[in-house]
Design a protein around this ligand. Sequence first.
Ligand code: PA5
Length: 446
Amino acid sequence: MSLFVNCKYAGAEVTPEAVAKIRPEVEKAFNLLRSGGGAGSEFTGWLDLPINYDRDEFEAIKTCAERIKSDSDVLVVIGIGGSYLGARAVIELIKSNNYNALKKDTPEIYFAGNTISPSAVSDIISICEGKDFSINVISKSGTTTEPAVAFRIFRELLIKKYGHAEAARRIYVTTDKSKGKLKELADREGYASFIVPDDIGGRYSVLTAVGLLPIAVAGVDIDSLMEGARGAREAYLNCDIDKNDCCKYAAVRNILYRSGKKIELCVAYEPAFTMMCEWFKQLFGESEGKDGLGIYPSSAIFSTDLHSLGQYIQQGERHIFETVVFFTEPKEDLTINADVEDIDGLNFLCGKKLSYVNKKAFEGTVIAHADGGAPSIIIEIDKADEYNTGWMIYFFELSCAISGYILGVNPFDQPGVESYKKNMFALLGMPGFESERERILHRLSE
Ligand code: PA5
């Protein structure tokens, strides 16, 4: 077991009585998920993905990753939401949040198509200037506006630089197996293509080609990543709260929610976890936030944010709980040396490791926040390697699905995401949205 859920500081509301009360609901949610009888069950392919992923495609991903490594200085990954967050999160956690700036023998990786900001797109264009680059465009639907617009821009750039034939060799498409505009284009132009399985939604797709190709290009061992996910799947086949940490975590966060803790902060003491927090927020936010329900997922990196959000967490409105992911072994460590003059008065730390100081910050903060009424669920993981990351991804996905069913929502749809798109299309004059356009223009002029 590489991940351990510690509820010692989860707050006074998490009583044995509260746990006993929610236990049958957790079991029901778990069994509903595993039996395929729950809402959105057609999107639960991620549950057994670690044991039944397409081995041929997996090898093709590795082959393409090697090709990109050998012929590109830069890989531009184009996608939004579940089509980029997981890859970026894994690369930053396992490699570094400074991955692009560090010395390495793998391409720099930039993420485009997750914003419509012209400045952001222009930055990546100028980064690509004078460099060999390839594109991995990822969109399950193949119709999402942000990546489609970015792909048009970067594809044109690639064709200008290399000509049609070589550009086609440098474009890798990850999309639906048969439908969507991207699939049509990929087939017509002969782009290397990977599939987003029908039964896996965007935010649960990091361990498919969606995440695996960019992750492999960064030099991350995707075999170990899948092995970790496989280990987690094996470990979490039982619905007993006392034996299954996913059930335990889902139970405790629902107990806290019912007691008025409406905001969950995903916290880590590693800046390399920042994008993993973003992935977490999408996973839980899109899965649970519907029907007027759901814990609002937020995040913080400590101790950094203790100097910005810390005041609010300690003494503001008492509606927050934390899910703290703590890695017990850092990837690198440093020792604090003695200083003859000791002007800064830090010689009492002489010989101590930075990881030791970080751990004391974690312990002190958990107690301070618990005392202040902001309880923590602690997720202890020994180190941020491939195996543990694969395990953790599966842990959060399964916990989220169980938690969503306990809450009584469909954790696999996202109908709310459509509202802004409809309005944007109408305002941009997309054919078919004429009547909507009138209504919105009227609202804007009120
Ligand atoms: O989780 C989801 O389904 C969404 O966040 C999608 O990943 C996101 O909207 C992008 O969709 P697509 O991959 O179809 O472009």
